[in-house]
Design a protein around this ligand. Structure first.
Ligand SMILES: Cc1cc2nc3c(=O)[nH]c(=O)nc-3n(C[C@H](O)[C@H](O)[C@H](O)COP(=O)(O)OP(=O)(O)OC[C@H]3O[C@@H](n4cnc5c(N)ncnc54)[C@H](O)[C@@H]3O)c2cc1C
Ligand SMILES: NC(=O)c1ccc[n+]([C@@H]2O[C@H](COP(=O)([O-])OP(=O)(O)OC[C@H]3O[C@@H](n4cnc5c(N)ncnc54)[C@H](OP(=O)(O)O)[C@@H]3O)[C@@H](O)[C@H]2O)c1
Ligand code: SF4
Ligand code: SF4
Length: 549
């Protein structure tokens, strides 16, 4: 008997610190933590105490005896990770907390952005006594990509919002939602009102392929498509032409797999999720039956992670076809495991299929007024040190399609009044301190670039906030000249209570419709719900009656 880590793991390492026998690896101080797809429990060390189960914010850990059929492959994945690993029998490391020395006046910090990085940063700050945090967010709702990125058919991953609700409930926490820094308020106004400013604005843009025809109608970005199906207010009016038998996705990272799954899923299965209503209707009308996922390199170099491909291969409603050479060189253990997972994929005919096509680099989008196909060059793989590069050959093929989704990575946008490294598309920093701007910090994707899981932002936030408190202790932070946000901003913003009203409204509508939630995506409607009079929760009223209140 052992406990097992399963698919929704987002690598925040909370379980690592809960385990009394150091059975969960890699830990944040081990070199492979940065590149690991998830953490794994060593079945030989696990004493089945269950302490990790409650520590996991997304319910990813289960006793092996309680795994559902589709989770059984994770027993082997956890075991294999530890097979050749020698781990010293020490306790998991505890990250030192850098305390603020002068606690006479409250220290006010503005956090810009309410995605995982912003909320983990707020949590790290509020752990230290005498602190207050205002999280400023341009959208009327918080949680960044957890709301607008994570796929609707991954509801377990979204349960991370339980942790976010706990952070919101901490003393000293406040929200200013619907406020865009750089448009509604300047960086100078923030530095005047707060001891420090932490930017957690993510990477909202996308990389481009730089090939002819990329901008033709019908060639769209996965970034836009994901935001559309998740009801992001900026994308409610987007229209995607799904009137084609075949869709092609460029890139094979986890975002590409999300998009492929959504396009290939039976819409009635999606109808139970919190997918945006406009997207559900469009997917019901969609004629797409085949989704081709193009990777320029080979199966071993697939950018998707092992838990995600394992989850897809377990789906019985989608046929997955591998079009690639599974005998090409596989290097690391992770690469070998990906190849093995693909090798085990059993043919399973279904109404819709995903084709994982390898060694295929797009060189041109075809068509005059709109995309009619993708021209692809077959590649050969060249090993260069630790990496493998794809080199285009003269074998050219045309793939007919009217819809191409480019999923080749997100890209950070410049933040007004902050320096910007245009090559890496991040704000230049030293372990979270923005270069040349004392008292200003970065965290999350705008600090590291667009890679990593939800939980990766936790260790990232710890690093940045430790620097912030080192600076506070060293007297580097200039004292604020005003108190928090200007009044007119506070008056127009949606606060924590407003967000709770939106959240409750969405869940109630969901309950009535047999869904997780029904999403609001119109800004005006969200504002209307956020100021609506409080409707008493019937369950709470019943409790009061029982207690005689
Ligand atoms: C499509 C997709 C699916 C994903 N699915 C998973 C998954 O299933 N599991 C997993 O572990 N990881 C997943 N990830 C990765 C995870 O979502 C990221 O690691 C994480 O969201 C990055 O956090 P962040 O806070 O840096 O950025 P974000 O989550 O993007 O948050 C940034 C926030 O800042 C706000 N903002 C931007 N500019 C301003 C401004 N000027 N003023 C005020 N607010 C501003 C934005 O509106 C946003 O809310 C996914 C990523 C993507 C792209
Ligand atoms: N469920 C989850 O845990 C989950 C879900 C979604 C996202 N995420 C995380 O979010 C992060 C971002 O994911 P992502 O999928 O956007 O990015 P990603 O993992 O970096 O994948 C990008 C893909 O684009 C390809 N690519 C880049 N440039 C290209 C070009 N010029 N031509 C052809 N292909 C090109 C890459 O191929 P090469 O490898 O050959 O460069 C790769 O396949 C990742 O860390 C991911 O794990 C996690
Ligand atoms: S069940 Fe207990 S011993 Fe096993 S991994 Fe979890 S915390 Fe560690
Ligand atoms: S999500 Fe965090 S707590 Fe849960 S299994 Fe993964 S690393 Fe552990």
């Amino acid at each position: 008997m052992s406990h097992v880590v399963t698919q929704p793991c987002c690598a925040d390492a909370s379980c690592v610190f809960a385990c009394p026998v150091n059975a969960i690896h890699p830990t944040p101080d081990e070199p492979d933590f940065a590149t690991a797809d998830m953490v794994y429990i060593d079945p030989k060390s696990c004493v089945d105490c269950g302490a990790c189960v409650g520590a996991c914010p997304v319910g990813a850990i289960k006793p092996d005896a309680k795994l559902a059929e589709h989770e059984l492959p994770f027993i082997e994945l956890n075991r294999l990770f530890h097979e050749d690993r020698s781990t010293p029998p020490i306790q998991a490391p505890v990250t030192p907390v850098v305390a603020k020395r002068d606690a006479a006046a409250p220290m006010r910090v503005a956090v810009v952005g309410s995605g995982p990085a912003g909320l983990y940063a707020a949590d790290e700050i509020l752990k230290r006594p005498g602190t207050e945090v205002t999280v400023i967010e341009r959208l009327p709702t918080p949680y960044g990509l957890v709301r607008a990125g994570v796929a609707p058919d991954h509801p377990e991953t979204r349960t991370i919002d339980r942790l976010f609700r706990m952070i919101e409930g901490e003393r000293g926490f406040s929200y200013a939602l619907g406020v865009e820094v750089g448009t509604d308020i300047t960086h100078a106004e923030l530095t005047a009102g707060f001891d420090a400013v932490v930017y957690a604005v993510g990477a909202a843009s996308d990389r481009s392929l730089g090939i002819p025809g990329e901008e033709l109608p019908g060639s769209v970005t996965a970034t836009d498509f994901v935001a559309w199906y998740n009801g992001h207010p900026d994308h409610v009016d987007d229209v995607f032409d799904l009137d084609h038998e075949r869709a092609v996705i460029v890139g094979n990272g986890n975002v590409a797999l999300d998009v492929a799954r959504i396009l290939a899923s039976d819409p009635e299965r999606l109808a139970r999720t919190d997918i945006a209503d406009h997207a559900l209707e469009a997917l019901r009308r969609s004629r797409v039956r085949e989704v081709v996922v193009l990777a320029r390199r080979g199966p071993a170099q697939s950018a998707f992670t092992l838990p995600e491909i394992t989850g897809l291969l377990e789906r019985d409603d989608i046929e997955v076809v591998i079009d690639g050479d599974l005998d090409v060189i596989a290097g690391s253990l992770m690469e070998q495991q990906k190849v093995e997972a693909l090798r085990r994929a059993a043919p399973r005919p279904a109404a819709r299929r995903i084709v994982l096509r390898y060694q295929s680099a797009p060189v041109e989008m075809l068509g005059a007024d709109a995309v009619t196909g993708v021209r692809v060059a077959r590649t050969r793989l060249v090993a260069e040190g630790d990496t493998v590069r794809a080199v285009a050959t003269d074998r050219i093929e045309d793939l007919e399609t009217g819809v191409v989704l480019r999923s080749v990575g997100y890209r950070g946008r410049p933040v007004p009044d902050l320096p910007f490294d245009d090559v890496r598309a991040i704000v230049p920093h030293d372990r979270g301190r923005v270069v040349g701007l004392p008292g200003t910090y970065v965290v999350g994707w705008i600090k590291r670039g667009p890679t990593g899981f939800i939980g990766t932002n936790k260790t990232c936030a710890t690093e940045t906030i430790d620097r912030l408190f080192e600076d506070a202790n060293a007297g580097v932070l200039a004292p604020p000249t005003a108190r928090g946000l200007p009044d007119e901003i506070t008056r127009s913003a949606i606060d924590l209570e407003g967000w709770r009203l939106i959240d409750r409204w969405e869940r109630r509508q969901g309950l009535a419709a047999g869904r997780v939630r029904v999403r609001l995506s119109d800004r005006d409607e969200m504002r209307r719900v956020a100021i609506s009079p409080v409707v008493p929760d019937p369950a709470r009223r019943r409790r009061r009656v029982i207690l005689g209140a």
